[in-house]
Design a protein around this ligand. Structure first.
Ligand SMILES: Nc1nc2c(ncn2[C@@H]2O[C@H](COP(=O)(O)OP(=O)(O)OP(=O)(O)O)[C@@H](O)[C@H]2O)c(=O)[nH]1
Ligand SMILES: [Mg+2]
Length: 326
């Protein structure tokens, strides 16, 4: 695609064209040159959207909560972009935000944009696509961007890093959830939610999370001004506790702004994103035939035959690699 066409789409996205935004997001999903070009064109003009990650075990009610949060945010006059990151099912797979009936109100609202995101399983592709999609929603000017991810694995923790505020959703009756929390999500939670609080054991679950938080605090040199992750009970299905949750989300943003932490989060997100992209680019460059003298395959054969150490091979490939595209 010629640069003029990229610029045209970029301009339309900035002006709020939903059609252009959808097209750009498809490019991001597919990856490759167009994804790189559209992010490149839009990046300097990104708005100061508040990026909120909603993560937690499958079926914990994340989508229902996202829908309820979006409605509450609209009531407060904020425009909302929603990104449902789904590693398994494609757009039509029913993954999008629970049942459509509950969501229909949002689908009809021009102040809300909803998109489900899946990728073709390339390594780190989901993170790349999630970050790029968030860029596009920011360029389009949505004030609140909600990113739903299933909280399993490093990919999800990395996606959570894109967010300014991360909400971790648990449900009564721990078990699996505790495992999820132990698997690294607990540390990334700025706000804990115990959803399905209409079910038995919600109070206990909230207390357990509170105890884990207290333990964490006692192990660090907690200072009075430190953000302490609140534990909020919700019944997403009925919208209960959702206003409290949005209050906490806003309070977290205000706190980070006041303490200059927004910049440090963006800086941290930039680091992990750039390193991931660089890794992928290096791997691509090394695999290019001719880029490294004898060629990637021949070099690997030598390693397999134990004529060359893996270290020497990697260094040799890197040293001889073409500089790649500018
Ligand atoms: N009882 C009860 N059920 C709820 C509540 N919130 C959501 N649910 C139900 O829980 C089920 C899963 O809700 P989703 O919002 O799709 O959950 P999810 O976490 O997005 O699920 P995945 O995206 O598949 O991981 C649905 O049947 C919801 O109706 C709640 O507060 N109470
Ligand atoms: Mg969901």
């Amino acid at each position: 695609l010629p640069p003029a066409a990229i610029n045209e789409i970029a301009t339309a996205i900035r002006r709020g064209s939903v059609q252009a935004l959808s097209r750009g997001l498809s490019w991001i999903e597919a990856g490759g040159d167009r994804a790189e070009a559209i992010v490149g064109a839009l990046y300097p003009g990104l708005r100061d959207s508040h990026i909120v990650g909603i993560t937690g075990a499958a079926g914990s009610g994340k989508s229902t909560l996202v829908a309820a949060l979006a409605k509450e945010a609209r009531r407060r006059g904020l425009t909302v972009g929603v990104l449902a990151v789904d590693p398994s099912s494609p757009f039509t797979g029913g993954a999008i935000l629970g049942d459509r009936v509950r969501m229909s109100e949002l689908f009809d609202d021009p102040g809300v944009f909803i998109r489900s995101l899946a990728t073709r399983g390339e390594l780190g592709g989901l993170c790349r696509a999630a970050a790029g999609s968030v860029d596009l929603l920011r360029a389009a000017g949505y004030q609140l961007v909600l990113v739903e991810t299933v909280g399993v694995g490093q990919d999800e923790v990395d996606i959570a890093r894109v967010a300014h505020t991360t909400v971790v959703v648990s449900v009564p009756g721990l078990g699996d959830d505790v495992q999820t929390l132990k698997a690294g999500l607990f540390e990334v939670a700025d706000i804990h939610v115990v959803n399905k609080a209409d079910r038995e054991g919600a109070g206990e679950t909230a207390a357990q999370i509170g105890a884990m938080l207290a333990l964490g605090l006692s192990l660090t040199t907690a200072c009075a001004t430190m953000w302490q992750a609140p534990v909020i009970s919700t019944v997403a299905l009925r919208g209960e506790g959702v206003a409290d949750l949005l209050d906490s989300i806003m309070a977290h943003l205000a706190r980070m702004r006041a303490r200059g932490e927004l910049q440090s989060r963006e800086r941290r997100a930039a680091e992990s994103r750039v390193l991931k992209l660089a890794q992928a680019m290096v791997a691509d460059t090394l695999r290019q035939p001719g880029a490294s003298g004898a060629g990637f395959d021949a070099e690997l054969d030598r390693v397999a035959r134990r004529e060359l150490s893996p270290y020497a091979c990697a260094r040799g490939l890197l040293n001889r690699a073409a500089p790649g595209k500018k």
